[in-house]
Design a protein around this ligand. Sequence first.
Ligand SMILES: [Fe+2]
Length: 248
Amino acid sequence: MPMPMHELDAFEDTLVERFREHPVLANIALLPDEDFAALLLQRRFVSLAFTPSYDLAIDLLRDEAGRRIARVILREEYPGGDGHTPSHREDMTHDLRRLGVSRQALVASRPTAATRRAIGDAFELIAESGAHDNCDLRLLTVLRFWGEVLVSVEYGRLWERMGPLFSPAGESRSRFYHPHHVHDAKTQPLARVSLLSGSHSDRLAARVTELLAREESSDCFKELEERSVQLKTVFYDQFLPALDRVGV
Ligand SMILES: [Fe+2]
């Protein structure tokens, strides 16, 4: 028997809380400006790898319903067909510039070994998920948890520091971090997820829960969520020395 949905909710909420308390995320306000900028520049490379991750997962999905949810989310990253609308990745760079990251710093920045590992391991997790009989459940679980639920947690933490630097409306509002914190979030428990919910996590959850209901066990769901947290934890661990320098 698969685990009851409310138990899986409790399981993933515990993982989310543990990740939210990662020392770097929990103490984001204490990082020196240059370390915060370095973190944002490294995190940008993970964002640049986000759309190819979705493409890889879509390639491996066999479930048409799941593929459609993933395709829609992927296309939302590139609004407008006429070339006049910036993509979400361009919106990220716009926000970075607002936060004082210079074009020169952007141009000069390269992924660290830890960042490259975080990206490579995410591709590996997706590729590996595609090799199983229940690949659809696995792939959608990774897209949802690694690509949406945890991203919302990350941006929520980053926003604690960035929020005051943006204004709530107009030209200097956040175009990337705050909107993604909101639209990627888990807003409903798995036990009560509805297709009517608009958040990326919830839309994927609608199919994940249907596929989970057909499974004998929820072990793969739990394992993949744990590995997703692990990937992201390793990424943030690289900034622990910056916290040490400010005595946290
Ligand atoms: Fe999203």
